[in-house]
Ligand binder design. Structure first.
Ligand SMILES: [Fe+2]
Length: 570
């Protein structure tokens, strides 16, 4: 049975292909069209997934779409009637779904009637929940999705049991923890779609001195719910100015004059970040942690489950994620790498396969390498055409040579195998550096990244060594959980440790990424430190996809070494 999942006409457009419940390929459209978080229809991602699977589009049995226009229809209509006609873009987007079959056929030069697939529509948060539960190894789990909004809800929780997913309760628009984080991020002058993670990084530099204000802005209810004080926002009366066409999505301002009256003028983008801004970020982060941890604790009690599967954009808050096991009573936590809306393509597919069609479970996502890959021959062609000087080396030479270069302070672009599913580079499209050098963050920023100075870089750590260097570690293959570094170890690995003593680590498993594991192992043999700084292989655009993009980014920036497959360029 072939199922194609599509997140389309929404941020982070993506496609995923399943054969008999096993994931064949998954990739975000941004990797191809080079617009970060691209919306629209993921034509390139669809073509690549079918090519990878050797599937003719006429053979697809089901197309799974993570949106259900008749879900909560009365609520949707009520709000659509209240909002100004010009601002109800999210409601307008529904019309695009009429032509899905045409769009899919058009990708392959076919007629709509050539597509025989049955189109199945899955509610947004059910798809988020399914993306986590059905890719986890848990037979039973509490399942929680928290984001800005999808199908009129912002938080949904339920229980996954074997191949079924049962919803227990919703929190509806306009109350939304995701929109709260977005609104404050905008107020802090970070206005690009998906900038919320910058606020999280900034929060560690401040004090939560505005706790009382944020307790007023978001209140925990008596059940598993919360409410925003809407006086601080505009989304409930002006609508949400969002565009999700092909290209980078845009979200208009969501905070009201009341927020400006409370905290003063909003920060002008690119102006200095002051302690006031850091304190606001800190207060927001602290309040989000308090609210989500309380809700998860109630879900733990209400569900009686030991395992938590978590998804939605808020599940990218890795500082909060690092507190979940200690604070909520859950024993195990699983978040798949594309926890945000890209992951909906996987979730919708698996919801159809398991919950709707009743098939049993067998797939577990224990790595993130589901994207495009290019052979050594293809890499060779690019290098030859470019006139670049290169050498060809075998693996053992590469591990030793590159580990030595890293100990000398060189910055290495590491391009191997299939690209990562989700926003994190996890050792196949990565820029690597020595974590022992406390100045390496500044060096990386000067040479390549040019990021805000308050944003941390993160380490990849050998899985079996993580507990020696960090407190209370669990498996963290997708870099979505923050752990405290052991105090006596920080001096040996200062660069990727954040100002609060934490790090968003990736635990690297020898079986799921032997190349990357071996490189880190060689670095450990030379230095005693079983870790490397790992940041995504890009400058400011989406993570590089093709060897040509990798080479161009390498040449444009000041990296020292590029390793693509067996080719070394210095
Ligand atoms: Fe979502």
């Amino acid at each position: 049975m072939i199922i194609l999942g599509l997140n389309c006409f929404h941020g982070d457009a993506s496609a995923a292909l399943f054969r008999d419940g096993e994931l064949v390929a998954a990739v975000e459209e941004e990797r191809f069209n080079r617009f970060k978080h691209s919306g629209g229809f993921p034509s390139n991602a669809v073509r690549w997934c079918l090519y990878k699977g050797g599937i003719d589009p006429r053979e697809i049995d089901y197309v799974a779409i993570p949106r259900k226009s008749n879900a909560h229809i009365l609520r949707k209509l009520m709000w659509a009637a209240r909002l100004p006609a010009s601002s109800a873009n999210r409601f307008k987007a529904l019309k695009n779904f009429i032509s899905l079959k045409e769009q899919l056929a058009f990708c392959f030069g076919l007629k709509p009637n050539d597509i025989k697939a049955d189109f199945k529509f899955v509610e947004h948060h059910l798809a988020h929940m399914a993306s986590s539960f059905y890719t986890s190894s848990y037979e039973n789990a509490a399942v929680v999705s928290i984001d800005g909004m999808g199908d009129h809800a912002s938080m949904v929780w339920g229980v996954g049991q074997d191949n079924k997913l049962i919803i227990k309760d919703y929190v509806y628009f306009p109350h939304s923890l995701g929109f709260l984080y977005t609104a404050i991020t905008q107020y802090l002058g970070m206005q690009a779609y998906g900038d919320e993670y910058k606020t999280m990084g900034l929060a560690s530099y401040g004090n939560p001195k505005y706790g009382d204000v944020f307790e007023q802005i978001v209140k925990i209810g008596n059940s598993i719910d919360f409410k925003l004080d809407l006086n601080y926002f505009t989304h409930h009366n002006r609508g949400i100015d969002m565009t999700f066409e092909t290209g980078e999505p845009h979200v208009g301002p969501m905070f009201s004059d009341k927020l400006i009256e409370t905290f003063g003028p909003s920060r002008v983008p690119s102006s200095q970040v002051t302690i006031h801004h850091k304190d606001i970020a800190s207060s927001l982060q602290k309040r989000i942690e308090t609210v989500v941890l309380e809700l998860l604790t109630r879900i733990k009690y209400s569900s009686g489950q030991q395992n938590l599967c978590y998804a939605g954009g808020v599940a990218f808050n890795c500082v909060l994620n690092g507190l979940i096991l200690a604070e909520t009573g859950f024993n195990n936590l699983y978040i798949q790498p594309a926890a945000g809306d890209a992951g909906l393509a996987i979730g919708a597919s698996l919801f159809v396969y398991h919950h709707v069609l009743g098939n049993s479970r067998k797939f577990v996502m224990n790595h993130s390498y589901w994207g495009p890959e290019y052979s050594n021959d293809q890499i060779y062609d690019v290098l030859k055409d470019s006139g670049s000087k290169y050498s060809t080396k075998d693996e053992s030479y590469i591990f030793d040579h590159i580990a030595s270069k890293l100990t000398e302070g060189k910055i290495v672009a590491w391009y191997q195998g299939k690209s990562e599913w989700g926003p994190r580079a996890l050792g196949n499209r990565s820029i690597l550096a020595d974590p022992r050098n406390k100045d390496m963050k500044e060096i990386l920023n000067q040479k390549i990244k040019n990021r805000e100075t308050f944003r941390p870089f993160a380490p990849s750590v050998l899985r079996e060594k993580a507990s020696e260097w960090f407190e209370d570690t669990t498996d963290s293959p997708f870099m979505l959980i923050t752990y405290k570094a052991k105090k006596d170890k920080i001096k040996y690995m200062p660069a990727p440790i954040h100002v609060d003593g934490s790090a968003r680590i990736q635990t690297v498993d020898q079986t799921t990424n032997p190349l990357y594991w071996n490189l880190i192992k060689h670095f450990e043999n030379k230095t005693g430190v079983p870790a490397l700084i790992n940041t995504s292989f890009n400058e400011s655009e989406p993570i590089v996809d093709t060897p040509k993009q990798a080479l161009e980014t390498f040449k444009r920036t000041n990296m020292d070494v590029l390793v693509m497959g067996n080719y070394v360029i210095e």
